[in-house]
Design a protein around this ligand. Structure first.
Ligand SMILES: Cc1ncc(C[n+]2csc(CCOP(=O)(O)OP(=O)(O)O)c2C)c(N)n1
Ligand SMILES: [Mg+2]
Length: 543
Protein backbone atom coordinates (compact mmCIF):
# COMPACT_ATOMS: atom_id res chain seq x y z
CA UNK A 1 0.00 0.00 0.00
CA UNK A 2 1.30 3.49 -0.83
CA UNK A 3 1.34 6.48 1.51
CA UNK A 4 -1.31 8.19 -0.66
CA UNK A 5 -3.61 5.18 -0.50
CA UNK A 6 -3.17 4.83 3.26
CA UNK A 7 -4.04 8.48 3.78
CA UNK A 8 -7.10 8.26 1.52
CA UNK A 9 -8.31 5.19 3.41
CA UNK A 10 -8.02 7.05 6.69
CA UNK A 11 -10.02 9.99 5.27
CA UNK A 12 -12.76 7.60 4.20
CA UNK A 13 -12.68 5.84 7.61
CA UNK A 14 -13.21 9.27 9.15
CA UNK A 15 -16.39 9.72 7.09
CA UNK A 16 -14.93 12.40 4.83
CA UNK A 17 -16.76 12.28 1.51
CA UNK A 18 -15.66 15.67 0.19
CA UNK A 19 -12.35 17.51 0.12
CA UNK A 20 -11.97 21.20 -0.69
CA UNK A 21 -8.92 22.70 -2.35
CA UNK A 22 -7.00 23.96 -5.36
CA UNK A 23 -4.26 21.96 -7.13
CA UNK A 24 -0.63 23.00 -7.50
CA UNK A 25 2.47 21.14 -8.62
CA UNK A 26 3.61 20.12 -5.14
CA UNK A 27 0.27 18.40 -4.46
CA UNK A 28 -0.65 17.21 -7.95
CA UNK A 29 -0.10 13.47 -7.57
CA UNK A 30 -2.13 13.34 -4.38
CA UNK A 31 -4.77 15.59 -5.92
CA UNK A 32 -5.12 13.26 -8.88
CA UNK A 33 -5.40 10.24 -6.59
CA UNK A 34 -8.12 11.86 -4.48
CA UNK A 35 -9.88 13.17 -7.58
CA UNK A 36 -9.96 9.65 -9.06
CA UNK A 37 -10.96 7.94 -5.80
CA UNK A 38 -14.64 6.99 -6.19
CA UNK A 39 -15.16 7.30 -2.43
CA UNK A 40 -14.20 10.97 -2.31
CA UNK A 41 -15.30 14.06 -4.24
CA UNK A 42 -12.71 16.80 -4.56
CA UNK A 43 -14.31 20.23 -4.86
CA UNK A 44 -12.25 22.98 -6.47
CA UNK A 45 -12.82 26.42 -4.96
CA UNK A 46 -11.90 29.83 -6.34
CA UNK A 47 -9.41 30.60 -3.57
CA UNK A 48 -7.84 28.49 -0.82
CA UNK A 49 -9.22 30.89 1.84
CA UNK A 50 -12.65 29.83 0.61
CA UNK A 51 -11.64 26.15 0.60
CA UNK A 52 -10.83 26.63 4.28
CA UNK A 53 -14.21 28.07 5.20
CA UNK A 54 -16.03 25.51 3.02
CA UNK A 55 -14.19 22.67 4.79
CA UNK A 56 -14.89 24.22 8.19
CA UNK A 57 -18.64 24.47 7.51
CA UNK A 58 -18.65 20.97 6.03
CA UNK A 59 -17.01 19.68 9.21
CA UNK A 60 -19.45 21.48 11.47
CA UNK A 61 -22.33 19.76 9.71
CA UNK A 62 -20.88 16.40 8.63
CA UNK A 63 -18.29 15.78 11.37
CA UNK A 64 -14.88 16.47 9.82
CA UNK A 65 -13.74 18.84 7.08
CA UNK A 66 -10.75 18.29 4.80
CA UNK A 67 -8.46 20.56 2.79
CA UNK A 68 -6.01 19.65 0.05
CA UNK A 69 -3.69 22.46 -1.00
CA UNK A 70 -0.31 23.08 -2.49
CA UNK A 71 2.77 24.08 -0.55
CA UNK A 72 3.15 27.60 0.82
CA UNK A 73 1.12 29.71 -1.63
CA UNK A 74 -1.95 27.52 -1.10
CA UNK A 75 -1.37 26.49 2.49
CA UNK A 76 -0.72 30.03 3.74
CA UNK A 77 -4.12 31.06 2.41
CA UNK A 78 -6.01 28.54 4.52
CA UNK A 79 -4.49 29.81 7.76
CA UNK A 80 -7.38 32.16 8.54
CA UNK A 81 -9.99 29.43 8.22
CA UNK A 82 -7.86 26.89 10.08
CA UNK A 83 -7.51 29.40 12.91
CA UNK A 84 -11.29 29.72 12.94
CA UNK A 85 -11.67 25.94 13.12
CA UNK A 86 -9.06 25.74 15.89
CA UNK A 87 -10.68 28.51 17.93
CA UNK A 88 -14.20 27.13 17.53
CA UNK A 89 -13.30 23.44 17.87
CA UNK A 90 -14.15 22.29 14.38
CA UNK A 91 -12.25 19.11 13.40
CA UNK A 92 -10.45 19.40 10.07
CA UNK A 93 -7.69 17.56 8.21
CA UNK A 94 -5.35 20.00 6.44
CA UNK A 95 -3.28 18.20 3.81
CA UNK A 96 -0.55 20.11 2.07
CA UNK A 97 1.83 19.01 -0.66
CA UNK A 98 5.50 19.92 -0.30
CA UNK A 99 8.75 19.79 -2.28
CA UNK A 100 9.91 16.19 -2.79
CA UNK A 101 12.51 14.79 -0.41
CA UNK A 102 14.83 14.06 -3.32
CA UNK A 103 14.80 17.61 -4.68
CA UNK A 104 15.73 19.29 -1.42
CA UNK A 105 19.48 18.86 -1.84
CA UNK A 106 20.00 20.35 -5.27
CA UNK A 107 21.48 23.56 -3.87
CA UNK A 108 18.93 25.91 -5.44
CA UNK A 109 15.89 27.64 -4.00
CA UNK A 110 12.64 25.93 -4.93
CA UNK A 111 9.60 27.94 -6.00
CA UNK A 112 7.03 28.90 -3.29
CA UNK A 113 9.64 28.20 -0.62
CA UNK A 114 10.03 30.68 2.23
CA UNK A 115 12.88 30.44 4.69
CA UNK A 116 13.31 26.67 5.42
CA UNK A 117 11.47 23.56 4.20
CA UNK A 118 9.85 23.09 7.59
CA UNK A 119 8.75 26.74 7.99
CA UNK A 120 5.22 25.90 6.92
CA UNK A 121 4.89 23.04 9.38
CA UNK A 122 6.04 25.37 12.15
CA UNK A 123 3.42 27.94 11.16
CA UNK A 124 0.69 25.32 11.43
CA UNK A 125 1.99 24.01 14.75
CA UNK A 126 0.34 26.91 16.55
CA UNK A 127 -3.07 26.35 15.00
CA UNK A 128 -3.45 22.58 14.88
CA UNK A 129 -3.54 19.94 17.60
CA UNK A 130 -1.19 17.63 15.69
CA UNK A 131 1.15 18.44 12.84
CA UNK A 132 3.20 15.96 10.88
CA UNK A 133 5.45 16.01 7.83
CA UNK A 134 5.82 12.57 6.30
CA UNK A 135 9.42 11.87 5.41
CA UNK A 136 9.47 8.09 5.70
CA UNK A 137 6.79 5.65 4.49
CA UNK A 138 7.62 3.28 7.34
CA UNK A 139 6.55 5.80 9.98
CA UNK A 140 3.65 7.26 7.97
CA UNK A 141 0.87 4.97 9.34
CA UNK A 142 1.83 5.57 12.96
CA UNK A 143 2.08 9.33 12.49
CA UNK A 144 -1.14 9.61 10.51
CA UNK A 145 -3.12 7.47 12.95
CA UNK A 146 -1.83 9.44 15.94
CA UNK A 147 -2.79 12.71 14.23
CA UNK A 148 -6.33 11.51 13.54
CA UNK A 149 -6.62 10.38 17.15
CA UNK A 150 -5.53 13.79 18.37
CA UNK A 151 -8.17 15.40 16.16
CA UNK A 152 -10.91 13.23 17.64
CA UNK A 153 -9.83 13.92 21.20
CA UNK A 154 -9.28 17.65 20.82
CA UNK A 155 -11.86 18.45 18.12
CA UNK A 156 -9.34 20.66 16.38
CA UNK A 157 -7.59 20.73 13.00
CA UNK A 158 -4.58 18.55 12.23
CA UNK A 159 -1.87 19.24 9.65
CA UNK A 160 -0.41 16.57 7.36
CA UNK A 161 2.39 17.52 4.96
CA UNK A 162 3.15 15.08 2.17
CA UNK A 163 6.26 15.75 0.05
CA UNK A 164 5.35 15.08 -3.57
CA UNK A 165 7.67 12.10 -4.03
CA UNK A 166 6.36 10.39 -0.88
CA UNK A 167 2.80 9.97 -2.21
CA UNK A 168 3.57 6.86 -4.24
CA UNK A 169 6.14 5.35 -1.89
CA UNK A 170 5.26 1.87 -0.65
CA UNK A 171 4.66 1.38 3.06
CA UNK A 172 6.42 -1.75 4.33
CA UNK A 173 3.79 -4.36 5.31
CA UNK A 174 5.12 -4.47 8.86
CA UNK A 175 4.37 -0.75 9.30
CA UNK A 176 0.62 -0.95 8.58
CA UNK A 177 -1.08 -1.70 11.86
CA UNK A 178 -4.73 -2.63 11.99
CA UNK A 179 -5.06 -2.79 15.79
CA UNK A 180 -7.12 0.04 17.27
CA UNK A 181 -4.72 2.02 19.47
CA UNK A 182 -5.66 2.94 23.01
CA UNK A 183 -6.85 6.52 23.57
CA UNK A 184 -4.12 8.92 24.71
CA UNK A 185 -6.06 10.27 27.69
CA UNK A 186 -7.71 7.81 30.01
CA UNK A 187 -10.19 8.93 32.61
CA UNK A 188 -9.45 8.14 36.24
CA UNK A 189 -12.57 6.19 37.22
CA UNK A 190 -12.32 7.04 40.92
CA UNK A 191 -12.12 10.74 40.15
CA UNK A 192 -15.06 10.44 37.78
CA UNK A 193 -17.18 8.67 40.41
CA UNK A 194 -16.30 11.32 43.01
CA UNK A 195 -17.04 14.15 40.62
CA UNK A 196 -20.40 12.74 39.52
CA UNK A 197 -21.48 12.04 43.09
CA UNK A 198 -20.59 15.62 44.05
CA UNK A 199 -22.70 16.93 41.16
CA UNK A 200 -25.61 14.56 41.88
CA UNK A 201 -25.82 15.82 45.45
CA UNK A 202 -25.71 19.44 44.26
CA UNK A 203 -28.34 18.88 41.59
CA UNK A 204 -30.67 17.21 44.09
CA UNK A 205 -30.61 20.38 46.21
CA UNK A 206 -30.52 22.95 43.45
CA UNK A 207 -33.62 25.10 43.02
CA UNK A 208 -32.59 26.81 39.80
CA UNK A 209 -30.23 24.65 37.72
CA UNK A 210 -29.52 25.91 34.19
CA UNK A 211 -27.45 24.45 31.37
CA UNK A 212 -25.34 26.72 29.18
CA UNK A 213 -24.56 24.30 26.38
CA UNK A 214 -21.86 24.69 23.78
CA UNK A 215 -20.50 23.37 20.54
CA UNK A 216 -18.19 20.81 22.10
CA UNK A 217 -21.14 18.65 23.18
CA UNK A 218 -22.43 18.66 19.61
CA UNK A 219 -18.99 17.95 18.14
CA UNK A 220 -18.76 14.89 20.43
CA UNK A 221 -22.16 13.68 19.20
CA UNK A 222 -23.72 14.22 22.62
CA UNK A 223 -26.53 16.67 21.79
CA UNK A 224 -29.34 14.11 22.01
CA UNK A 225 -28.14 12.77 25.36
CA UNK A 226 -27.76 16.32 26.66
CA UNK A 227 -31.38 17.06 25.78
CA UNK A 228 -32.61 13.83 27.40
CA UNK A 229 -30.66 14.74 30.55
CA UNK A 230 -32.19 18.22 30.60
CA UNK A 231 -35.66 16.75 30.11
CA UNK A 232 -35.20 14.19 32.89
CA UNK A 233 -34.10 16.92 35.32
CA UNK A 234 -36.29 19.70 33.85
CA UNK A 235 -33.31 22.00 33.37
CA UNK A 236 -33.60 24.94 30.94
CA UNK A 237 -30.90 25.15 28.26
CA UNK A 238 -29.44 28.47 27.10
CA UNK A 239 -26.95 28.74 24.24
CA UNK A 240 -24.27 31.23 23.26
CA UNK A 241 -24.59 32.64 19.74
CA UNK A 242 -21.66 30.52 18.51
CA UNK A 243 -23.67 27.43 19.58
CA UNK A 244 -27.01 28.54 18.13
CA UNK A 245 -29.00 25.61 16.64
CA UNK A 246 -27.45 23.08 19.00
CA UNK A 247 -31.03 22.41 20.06
CA UNK A 248 -34.31 23.05 18.34
CA UNK A 249 -35.54 26.46 19.54
CA UNK A 250 -39.09 25.11 19.72
CA UNK A 251 -38.01 22.82 22.54
CA UNK A 252 -39.90 23.75 25.73
CA UNK A 253 -36.64 23.90 27.69
CA UNK A 254 -34.87 26.25 25.25
CA UNK A 255 -34.13 29.36 27.30
CA UNK A 256 -32.77 31.68 24.62
CA UNK A 257 -29.41 32.90 23.40
CA UNK A 258 -27.28 34.02 26.33
CA UNK A 259 -25.00 36.87 25.33
CA UNK A 260 -24.43 38.72 28.59
CA UNK A 261 -26.12 42.10 28.58
CA UNK A 262 -27.10 41.59 24.91
CA UNK A 263 -29.59 38.92 25.98
CA UNK A 264 -33.22 39.08 26.84
CA UNK A 265 -33.72 40.12 30.51
CA UNK A 266 -35.41 36.83 31.36
CA UNK A 267 -32.49 34.81 29.92
CA UNK A 268 -29.99 36.96 31.83
CA UNK A 269 -31.93 36.46 35.05
CA UNK A 270 -32.19 32.73 34.53
CA UNK A 271 -28.51 32.14 33.68
CA UNK A 272 -26.94 34.61 36.07
CA UNK A 273 -29.38 33.77 38.88
CA UNK A 274 -28.83 30.02 38.65
CA UNK A 275 -27.71 28.26 41.81
CA UNK A 276 -26.16 25.48 39.68
CA UNK A 277 -25.02 26.62 36.27
CA UNK A 278 -23.82 23.69 34.16
CA UNK A 279 -21.58 25.08 31.45
CA UNK A 280 -21.22 22.08 29.16
CA UNK A 281 -18.79 22.20 26.27
CA UNK A 282 -19.05 25.93 25.90
CA UNK A 283 -16.22 28.29 25.11
CA UNK A 284 -16.51 31.42 27.19
CA UNK A 285 -15.75 34.42 25.00
CA UNK A 286 -15.99 38.19 25.20
CA UNK A 287 -18.54 38.05 22.40
CA UNK A 288 -20.70 35.64 24.38
CA UNK A 289 -20.59 37.91 27.43
CA UNK A 290 -21.18 41.11 25.47
CA UNK A 291 -17.70 42.36 26.35
CA UNK A 292 -18.39 42.50 30.09
CA UNK A 293 -16.87 40.32 32.84
CA UNK A 294 -18.86 37.12 33.52
CA UNK A 295 -21.63 37.76 36.04
CA UNK A 296 -21.76 34.20 37.36
CA UNK A 297 -19.22 33.25 39.99
CA UNK A 298 -17.35 30.00 40.66
CA UNK A 299 -19.55 28.85 43.59
CA UNK A 300 -22.49 28.73 41.15
CA UNK A 301 -20.72 26.93 38.33
CA UNK A 302 -19.85 23.48 37.00
CA UNK A 303 -17.75 23.97 33.91
CA UNK A 304 -16.90 21.05 31.66
CA UNK A 305 -14.97 21.49 28.43
CA UNK A 306 -12.43 19.52 26.44
CA UNK A 307 -9.77 21.48 28.34
CA UNK A 308 -11.01 21.19 31.90
CA UNK A 309 -13.62 19.78 34.27
CA UNK A 310 -14.22 22.19 37.10
CA UNK A 311 -16.75 22.05 39.93
CA UNK A 312 -16.96 25.28 41.91
CA UNK A 313 -13.33 26.06 42.73
CA UNK A 314 -11.68 22.71 42.17
CA UNK A 315 -10.86 20.87 38.99
CA UNK A 316 -10.59 17.24 37.95
CA UNK A 317 -7.64 17.06 35.56
CA UNK A 318 -7.86 13.28 35.08
CA UNK A 319 -11.36 13.22 33.56
CA UNK A 320 -12.00 13.36 29.81
CA UNK A 321 -14.83 15.65 28.78
CA UNK A 322 -16.52 12.89 26.76
CA UNK A 323 -16.47 10.48 29.73
CA UNK A 324 -17.67 13.21 32.07
CA UNK A 325 -20.68 13.96 29.87
CA UNK A 326 -21.59 10.28 29.43
CA UNK A 327 -21.57 9.83 33.23
CA UNK A 328 -23.33 13.12 33.97
CA UNK A 329 -26.14 12.32 31.56
CA UNK A 330 -26.83 9.09 33.44
CA UNK A 331 -27.58 10.81 36.75
CA UNK A 332 -31.22 9.88 37.43
CA UNK A 333 -33.73 12.73 37.05
CA UNK A 334 -34.66 14.86 40.04
CA UNK A 335 -38.37 15.62 40.61
CA UNK A 336 -38.61 19.35 40.07
CA UNK A 337 -41.43 21.70 39.03
CA UNK A 338 -41.67 22.74 35.38
CA UNK A 339 -39.20 25.64 34.98
CA UNK A 340 -40.32 29.03 33.64
CA UNK A 341 -38.45 29.44 30.41
CA UNK A 342 -38.01 32.79 28.61
CA UNK A 343 -38.95 33.12 24.97
CA UNK A 344 -36.13 35.23 23.47
CA UNK A 345 -36.59 38.37 21.40
CA UNK A 346 -39.46 37.60 19.09
CA UNK A 347 -38.95 39.30 15.75
CA UNK A 348 -42.01 41.16 14.47
CA UNK A 349 -44.40 39.07 12.39
CA UNK A 350 -43.56 39.38 8.70
CA UNK A 351 -46.44 41.17 7.05
CA UNK A 352 -45.05 42.91 3.94
CA UNK A 353 -46.59 46.31 3.30
CA UNK A 354 -46.81 47.65 -0.20
CA UNK A 355 -44.31 50.47 -0.76
CA UNK A 356 -42.73 50.23 2.71
CA UNK A 357 -38.93 50.48 2.61
CA UNK A 358 -37.16 47.38 3.83
CA UNK A 359 -35.17 47.62 7.06
CA UNK A 360 -32.65 45.21 8.56
CA UNK A 361 -35.20 44.17 11.20
CA UNK A 362 -37.81 43.61 8.46
CA UNK A 363 -35.36 41.51 6.48
CA UNK A 364 -34.75 39.29 9.51
CA UNK A 365 -38.51 38.93 10.10
CA UNK A 366 -38.91 37.84 6.49
CA UNK A 367 -36.16 35.22 6.79
CA UNK A 368 -37.62 34.07 10.10
CA UNK A 369 -41.03 33.69 8.49
CA UNK A 370 -39.66 31.26 5.90
CA UNK A 371 -37.43 29.17 8.18
CA UNK A 372 -38.07 25.44 8.09
CA UNK A 373 -36.03 22.26 8.57
CA UNK A 374 -35.36 22.45 4.82
CA UNK A 375 -33.27 25.63 5.22
CA UNK A 376 -29.88 26.23 6.84
CA UNK A 377 -28.88 29.80 7.70
CA UNK A 378 -25.22 30.69 7.28
CA UNK A 379 -24.46 34.14 8.65
CA UNK A 380 -21.31 36.11 7.94
CA UNK A 381 -19.77 38.57 10.38
CA UNK A 382 -21.44 41.96 10.53
CA UNK A 383 -24.93 43.05 11.38
CA UNK A 384 -26.38 39.90 9.82
CA UNK A 385 -24.65 37.79 12.48
CA UNK A 386 -25.81 39.81 15.48
CA UNK A 387 -29.27 40.22 14.00
CA UNK A 388 -29.53 36.51 13.26
CA UNK A 389 -29.30 35.82 16.97
CA UNK A 390 -33.07 36.52 17.07
CA UNK A 391 -33.95 34.04 14.29
CA UNK A 392 -35.99 31.11 15.52
CA UNK A 393 -34.02 28.06 14.37
CA UNK A 394 -35.98 24.84 14.53
CA UNK A 395 -33.48 22.14 13.66
CA UNK A 396 -29.96 21.16 14.57
CA UNK A 397 -26.99 22.36 12.53
CA UNK A 398 -29.35 24.74 10.74
CA UNK A 399 -27.41 27.83 11.78
CA UNK A 400 -23.72 28.43 11.22
CA UNK A 401 -21.66 31.48 12.05
CA UNK A 402 -18.12 32.01 13.37
CA UNK A 403 -19.48 34.03 16.28
CA UNK A 404 -16.30 33.73 18.34
CA UNK A 405 -13.49 33.97 15.79
CA UNK A 406 -15.58 36.42 13.73
CA UNK A 407 -13.73 36.47 10.44
CA UNK A 408 -15.59 38.14 7.62
CA UNK A 409 -15.87 36.25 4.35
CA UNK A 410 -16.84 32.84 5.70
CA UNK A 411 -20.53 32.55 4.81
CA UNK A 412 -20.51 32.20 1.01
CA UNK A 413 -17.73 29.57 1.15
CA UNK A 414 -19.57 28.07 4.13
CA UNK A 415 -22.63 27.62 1.91
CA UNK A 416 -20.47 25.56 -0.44
CA UNK A 417 -19.52 23.29 2.47
CA UNK A 418 -23.11 22.98 3.64
CA UNK A 419 -24.37 22.32 0.11
CA UNK A 420 -22.16 19.23 -0.07
CA UNK A 421 -22.58 18.12 3.54
CA UNK A 422 -26.38 18.43 3.50
CA UNK A 423 -27.68 18.25 -0.08
CA UNK A 424 -31.20 17.99 1.36
CA UNK A 425 -31.18 21.55 2.79
CA UNK A 426 -31.12 24.89 1.02
CA UNK A 427 -28.37 27.24 2.25
CA UNK A 428 -29.59 30.75 3.03
CA UNK A 429 -26.55 33.02 3.21
CA UNK A 430 -26.79 36.27 5.13
CA UNK A 431 -23.85 38.44 4.19
CA UNK A 432 -22.97 42.12 4.50
CA UNK A 433 -21.84 44.12 1.49
CA UNK A 434 -18.30 44.27 2.91
CA UNK A 435 -18.06 40.52 3.47
CA UNK A 436 -19.62 39.91 0.05
CA UNK A 437 -16.87 41.92 -1.61
CA UNK A 438 -14.33 39.63 0.12
CA UNK A 439 -15.86 36.31 -0.85
CA UNK A 440 -18.25 36.58 -3.82
CA UNK A 441 -16.05 34.65 -6.26
CA UNK A 442 -17.03 31.52 -4.37
CA UNK A 443 -20.57 31.84 -5.71
CA UNK A 444 -19.05 30.54 -8.92
CA UNK A 445 -18.36 27.22 -7.17
CA UNK A 446 -22.05 26.88 -6.32
CA UNK A 447 -22.96 27.46 -9.97
CA UNK A 448 -20.22 25.14 -11.21
CA UNK A 449 -21.48 22.25 -9.08
CA UNK A 450 -25.16 23.07 -9.79
CA UNK A 451 -26.04 23.88 -6.19
CA UNK A 452 -28.93 26.07 -5.03
CA UNK A 453 -28.64 28.89 -2.51
CA UNK A 454 -30.34 32.11 -1.49
CA UNK A 455 -27.72 34.79 -0.88
CA UNK A 456 -29.05 37.85 0.91
CA UNK A 457 -26.63 40.78 0.67
CA UNK A 458 -27.37 43.30 3.41
CA UNK A 459 -26.36 46.39 1.44
CA UNK A 460 -26.00 49.06 4.11
CA UNK A 461 -23.40 50.95 2.11
CA UNK A 462 -20.27 50.09 4.05
CA UNK A 463 -18.93 48.61 7.26
CA UNK A 464 -21.93 49.50 9.39
CA UNK A 465 -20.87 47.43 12.42
CA UNK A 466 -17.63 49.41 12.46
CA UNK A 467 -19.43 52.72 11.95
CA UNK A 468 -21.04 52.20 15.34
CA UNK A 469 -17.62 51.84 16.96
CA UNK A 470 -15.82 54.65 15.15
CA UNK A 471 -17.27 56.48 12.16
CA UNK A 472 -14.89 57.51 9.37
CA UNK A 473 -14.42 57.33 5.60
CA UNK A 474 -12.52 54.09 6.15
CA UNK A 475 -15.91 52.42 6.66
CA UNK A 476 -17.10 53.31 3.16
CA UNK A 477 -17.18 50.81 0.32
CA UNK A 478 -17.46 51.24 -3.42
CA UNK A 479 -21.13 50.65 -4.29
CA UNK A 480 -21.48 47.50 -6.41
CA UNK A 481 -24.44 46.16 -8.32
CA UNK A 482 -24.29 42.98 -6.25
CA UNK A 483 -27.12 41.28 -8.08
CA UNK A 484 -25.19 41.46 -11.36
CA UNK A 485 -22.59 38.96 -10.15
CA UNK A 486 -24.89 36.38 -11.77
CA UNK A 487 -23.72 37.62 -15.20
CA UNK A 488 -20.09 37.08 -14.29
CA UNK A 489 -20.48 33.62 -12.78
CA UNK A 490 -22.83 32.46 -15.51
CA UNK A 491 -25.79 31.43 -13.45
CA UNK A 492 -28.47 32.49 -11.02
CA UNK A 493 -30.98 35.28 -10.71
CA UNK A 494 -30.19 38.71 -9.33
CA UNK A 495 -32.69 40.87 -7.45
CA UNK A 496 -32.57 44.54 -6.43
CA UNK A 497 -34.68 45.04 -3.33
CA UNK A 498 -35.71 48.28 -1.65
CA UNK A 499 -39.20 47.50 -0.40
CA UNK A 500 -40.93 44.85 1.66
CA UNK A 501 -43.05 43.66 -1.25
CA UNK A 502 -39.98 43.31 -3.49
CA UNK A 503 -38.35 41.20 -0.80
CA UNK A 504 -41.46 39.05 -0.39
CA UNK A 505 -41.60 38.40 -4.15
CA UNK A 506 -37.90 37.51 -4.38
CA UNK A 507 -38.02 35.11 -1.44
CA UNK A 508 -41.17 33.42 -2.70
CA UNK A 509 -39.65 32.86 -6.13
CA UNK A 510 -36.27 31.75 -4.78
CA UNK A 511 -37.88 29.20 -2.46
CA UNK A 512 -40.16 27.89 -5.18
CA UNK A 513 -37.70 27.69 -8.08
CA UNK A 514 -34.32 26.68 -6.58
CA UNK A 515 -31.06 27.70 -8.25
CA UNK A 516 -28.90 30.61 -7.11
CA UNK A 517 -30.63 33.85 -6.08
CA UNK A 518 -28.65 36.97 -5.15
CA UNK A 519 -30.78 39.50 -3.28
CA UNK A 520 -29.20 42.96 -3.14
CA UNK A 521 -31.16 44.38 -0.21
CA UNK A 522 -30.68 48.15 0.17
CA UNK A 523 -31.09 49.58 3.66
CA UNK A 524 -30.01 52.86 5.20
CA UNK A 525 -26.32 52.92 6.17
CA UNK A 526 -27.16 53.57 9.84
CA UNK A 527 -30.06 51.14 10.05
CA UNK A 528 -29.15 48.21 12.30
CA UNK A 529 -30.82 45.08 13.60
CA UNK A 530 -32.14 44.90 17.17
CA UNK A 531 -29.39 42.34 17.87
CA UNK A 532 -26.55 44.65 16.80
CA UNK A 533 -28.07 47.54 18.72
CA UNK A 534 -27.89 45.49 21.92
CA UNK A 535 -24.30 44.44 21.23
CA UNK A 536 -22.93 47.88 20.37
CA UNK A 537 -24.21 49.19 23.68
CA UNK A 538 -21.99 46.59 25.44
CA UNK A 539 -19.01 47.12 23.16
CA UNK A 540 -19.15 50.90 23.40
CA UNK A 541 -18.65 50.59 27.17
CA UNK A 542 -15.51 48.51 26.52
CA UNK A 543 -13.62 50.65 23.96
C1 LIG B 1 -11.51 39.34 7.73
C2 LIG B 1 -11.98 40.46 8.63
N1 LIG B 1 -11.54 41.73 8.41
C3 LIG B 1 -11.98 42.74 9.19
C4 LIG B 1 -12.85 42.51 10.22
C5 LIG B 1 -13.35 43.66 11.11
N2 LIG B 1 -14.79 43.90 10.87
C6 LIG B 1 -15.75 43.41 11.67
S1 LIG B 1 -17.28 43.78 11.18
C7 LIG B 1 -16.70 44.66 9.87
C8 LIG B 1 -17.64 45.34 8.91
C9 LIG B 1 -18.49 44.36 8.17
O1 LIG B 1 -19.05 45.00 7.07
P1 LIG B 1 -20.21 44.34 6.26
O2 LIG B 1 -19.84 43.00 5.80
O3 LIG B 1 -20.64 45.30 5.22
O4 LIG B 1 -21.33 44.14 7.37
P2 LIG B 1 -22.11 45.30 8.18
O5 LIG B 1 -21.35 45.52 9.43
O6 LIG B 1 -22.14 46.50 7.31
O7 LIG B 1 -23.46 44.74 8.43
C10 LIG B 1 -15.31 44.66 9.83
C11 LIG B 1 -14.48 45.33 8.80
C12 LIG B 1 -13.25 41.17 10.44
N3 LIG B 1 -14.04 40.82 11.44
N4 LIG B 1 -12.82 40.17 9.61
MG1 LIG C 1 -22.21 46.61 5.26
Amino acid sequence: MTVGEFLRNRLVDEGIGHIFGIPGDYVLDLYRECWDDPRIDVINNTDENHSGFAADAYGRVAGTGCLLVTYSVGASKVINAVQCAFAERSPMVVISGAPGLSERHEGILLHHMVNAFDSQQKLFAEITCANIAIDDPATAPRLIDAAFRAMRENLRPIYIEVPRDVVKMEIPDTAVSTAAPAPDNLTDTEDLAACISEISAWLAFSQRPVILAGVETARCGLSEKLIQFAEAHRIPIALALHSKSLINEDHPLFAGIYGGTASNDATIKLVEGSDCLLILGDIRTDMALNFQPAKFKKPQVIEATIDQIRVRSHSYPAIRFQDFCEALFQIPGTPRPEPKVPTGFPLPIWNPESGANITTAGLLSAINHHLSPKLAVIADVGDVMFGASDLHIRSSYAFLSPAYYTSMGSAIPGAVGVAFARPDVLPVVLVGDGAFQMSCTELSTLVRYKKSAIVVVLNNDGYTTERYLLEGDFNDLPMWNYERIVDVIGGGTGWVIRTETELAAALDTALKCGGIHILNVHVDRYDVSPGLRRVTEGLAQRI
